[in-house]
Design a protein around this ligand. Structure first.
Ligand code: TYM
Length: 326
């Protein structure tokens, strides 16, 4: 069985973009892959976090993982900082990457742009991500499109180390959804949906109330020509709504358009509201049950043990190849 690894930052507001680009794949893959799903708290502290909030968000994401359908009996669910190999391998990989390639990453440029002083962790963020992936001899990494460049860097570092020290790492492949790989902000379809945007109506969070879902979709930015057609370049707003519809229902955009008699954007939006509310209702219900259960901590502790059992032999291989320790 091929091994899958992916992670989500515990920074609140897990939204439809996260779900349709990444999390939905996590669930699909667990039946015929060995899956490891991480809550990457060490990545979260590359920007300042309130410690109490961070702890809370770790459990929020863990509960959401289970609420969307990740089965802790089939898949490993754990918190990054509970397995010390991530930070250890991260350092080894820092010594095998270049500031030039890291400063060219578009996410680094976006997060550091215009700032007088930039934290080192923001620059080395993708190296820690490479460590997450390579620590488990991962074959497949399900992520959204915005992580493509980081996966390429991971592959480059793995190949570089393998060439220099002999076969050390498995070289992984990214896995991207057709419809959900890049969900755009509802208020500004030229930018991606994000956790941190100020306008709460730019995104739909997985735990949003039905009334909030309705408000955000009904006020989504479209255009003035009134024609419902999939054309991301000229009609990014309408195309984003169709894309979300497609990703939520599993129907292609052609199928969706063939079966409709919508008279305008209002009809499309109303139906998307219903589809979204229906898709998120069971997730919200499961979440409420799991979030407060004591089972959650037990699942994460068990997950960390199982993850560590896979990581430790890989770390030993790395120490041997590099001549670290005794
Ligand atoms: P994070 O927490 O920012 O995002 C989690 C996942 O959601 C995807 N995503 C999107 N997909 C489609 N449309 C969007 N608008 C959208 N916004 C976010 C992201 O691509 C991601 O898959 N660096 C990672 C976390 C990470 C990781 C890893 C992932 C750390 N180590 C190892 C895979 C393997 C991130 O930014 O996640």
């Amino acid at each position: 069985m091929k091994r899958v690894f992916s992670g989500v930052q515990p920074t609140g507001n897990i939204h439809l973009g996260n779900y349709l680009g990444a999390l939905k794949q996590f669930v699909e893959l667990q039946n015929d892959h060995e899956c490891i799903y991480c809550i990457v708290d060490e990545h979260a502290i590359t920007v300042p976090q309130d410690p109490k909030e961070l702890r809370k968000h770790i459990l929020d994401v863990a509960a959401l993982y289970i609420a969307i359908g990740i089965d802790p009996k089939k898949s490993i669910i754990f918190v990054q900082s509970q397995v010390s190999g991530h930070a250890e391998l991260g350092w080894v990989l820092c010594c095998n990457s270049y500031t030039g390639e890291l400063s060219r990453m578009t996410q680094f440029k976006a997060k550091s742009g215009g700032k007088e002083s930039v934290g080192t962790g923001l620059l080395t963020y993708p190296v820690l991500m490479a460590a997450d992936i390579l620590l488990y001899d991962t074959d497949v990494v399900p992520v959204g499109n915005d992580q493509k460049q980081h996966i390429e860097l991971t592959r480059d570092i793995a190949i570089r180390v393998n060439n220099k020290y002999g076969k050390t790492f498995v070289v992984p492949d990214g896995r991207f959804m057709k419809a959900g790989a890049r969900i755009m902000a509802l208020d500004d379809p030229e930018t991606k949906m994000s956790k941190s945007a100020e306008n709460i109506h730019s995104r739909i969070s997985l735990l949003d109330e039905d009334s909030k879902i309705k408000k955000s979709i009904m006020r989504a930015t479209t255009d003035s020509d009134g024609e419902i057609r999939f054309d991301p370049v000229n009609k990014p707003g309408v195309s984003n709504l169709l894309n979300i519809y497609s990703a939520l229902t599993g129907k292609s955009v052609d199928e969706i358009l063939a079966g409709q008699n919508w008279r305008g954007y209002g009809d499309l939006k109303k139906e998307l509201v219903a589809v979204t509310q229906e898709a998120l209702a069971p997730i919200k219900q499961n979440y409420e049950e799991i979030r407060e259960s004591e089972e959650l901590i037990r699942i994460l502790k068990d997950g960390a043990e199982r993850a560590n059992a896979i990581a430790e032999p890989v770390m030993k291989r790395v120490r041997d190849k590099f001549g670290l320790g005794l």
